[in-house]
Design a protein around this ligand. Structure first.
Ligand SMILES: C[S@@+](CC[C@H](N)C(=O)[O-])C[C@H]1O[C@@H](n2cnc3c(N)ncnc32)[C@H](O)[C@@H]1O
Length: 348
């Protein structure tokens, strides 16, 4: 997505084409059928709830769940807040336990939100942005109905109803979709610079109905931004990366690193590291050892937060694993593009 992308397609037939759908019939028809399903696996769902809990720092926020259904993924601490749902299926919305009220409103017929300026502290949009035919108008409206300093949190994954998703979404890679949503935020001119969160490559929960496929847990991506004008008294929203880092007490980490030659345990997750045979001429690096130790635990916090860190610093989808060189007593990261990478050389 190049700079000036929106300017180049605005008011052109390209815009109509990018935001066309296989099923162009009235959305009310498709969503007339209630779907009491979960759109993500349980681990990804937990990540969504956790993310909302971490980013919503207000004590008693007024929230809007945009494109809501029967579950708004609200953490317990926030469940008694005032939450309005906006969606298309009344039976689903009626069964949503956390909603104080709801409206049926088709955003693809009318992108305006039926709420006054500055009504909400938080607007959520979960696994639904791919269905908007005019996302810039809707994001602008989210900005209008937010209070100054309010949060618009857009969460998505890689599953979709393909017939209802817009073409640009269907045809983009996961990385491009992040850029697309960032771009929409920027194009509205209504928000501060958006932040990105990525959770990807973790093992699918064992009890998941697709666990036997061996595919990882559904990825969770979030792009979020504040409306400018936060009051100085409001708590700042935490950087998600630093929340993950703060889970590990630095002193304990250093102690574990000093013991690593005896324990051969990853200091970030305490799992035994695997003995890994150094391939011949690996990446032209000059490792003199025959083998090294690497933590291959897909739930290790070092590896999990690596996805977010690499994306923020290089815009690439990759992470790194914790590696220990026993001959030199040195710890370092080793980059990996996927959960499977490097595993073929595990020897113990
Ligand atoms: C994949 S579901 C996600 C539901 C919910 N946000 C969640 O996290 O489970 C997509 C939702 O978007 C809503 N939706 C789809 N098209 C819409 C439209 N044109 N206007 C308003 N809501 C829409 C549907 O009612 C449906 O609940």
């Amino acid at each position: 997505m190049h700079d000036g992308f929106w300017a180049s397609i605005r008011n052109t037939t390209d815009h109509q084409d990018y935001f066309s759908r296989i099923d162009e019939s009235d959305d009310a028809i498709f969503y007339n059928k209630e779907r009491f399903v979960s759109h993500l696996d349980s681990l990804a769902m937990e990540t969504v709830v956790d993310l909302i809990g971490q980013l919503v720092v207000e004590d008693n926020p007024v929230m809007l769940d945009l494109m809501a259904s029967w579950d708004s993924h609200i953490p317990t601490r926030l469940q008694s807040c005032r939450i309005t749902g906006l969606g298309l299926n009344e039976t689903e919305l009626k069964n949503n336990q956390v909603l104080s009220d709801y409206v049926i409103h088709d955003l693809n017929r009318d992108g305006r939100l039926p709420f006054s300026n500055g009504s909400f502290d938080v607007v959520l949009n979960t696994v639904s942005v791919d269905y908007l035919v005019n996302p810039i108008a809707v994001f602008r409206e989210a900005g209008r109905v937010l209070k100054p300093g309010g949060l618009f949190l857009v969460i998505f994954s890689n599953r979709m109803f393909p017939d209802k998703a817009v073409k640009i979404w269907r045809e983009s890679s996961e990385e491009e979709r992040i850029l697309l949503v960032e771009n929409i935020f920027q194009e509205t001119g209504s928000f501060d610079a958006p932040e990105v969160f990525i959770s990807k490559g973790r093992p699918r929960p064992r009890d998941d109905k697709y666990a036997h496929w061996g595919t990882p847990s559904d990825p969770v991506y979030a792009v979020y931004a504040e409306k400018p004008g936060k009051t100085p008294s409001r708590k700042p929203r935490p950087a998600i990366l630093s929340i993950m880092e703060s889970k590990m007490n630095e002193g304990v980490l250093e102690h574990k690193k000093r013991q690593i030659h005896k324990t051969l345990q990853c200091p970030h997750c305490d799992e035994k590291m695997n003995k890994w045979a150094v391939p011949e001429n690996p990446f032209e690096a000059t490792w003199e050892n025959e083998f090294l130790y690497i933590c291959f635990n897909d739930n290790c916090s070092y590896y999990v937060r690596g996805w977010d860190h690499v994306y923020r610093t290089t815009s690439r989808i990759a992470s790194y694993r914790f590696m220990y060189n026993q001959d030199k007593d040195i710890c370092s990261p080793i980059p990996v593009p996927s959960s499977k990478a490097l595993r073929e050389s595990i020897i113990g």
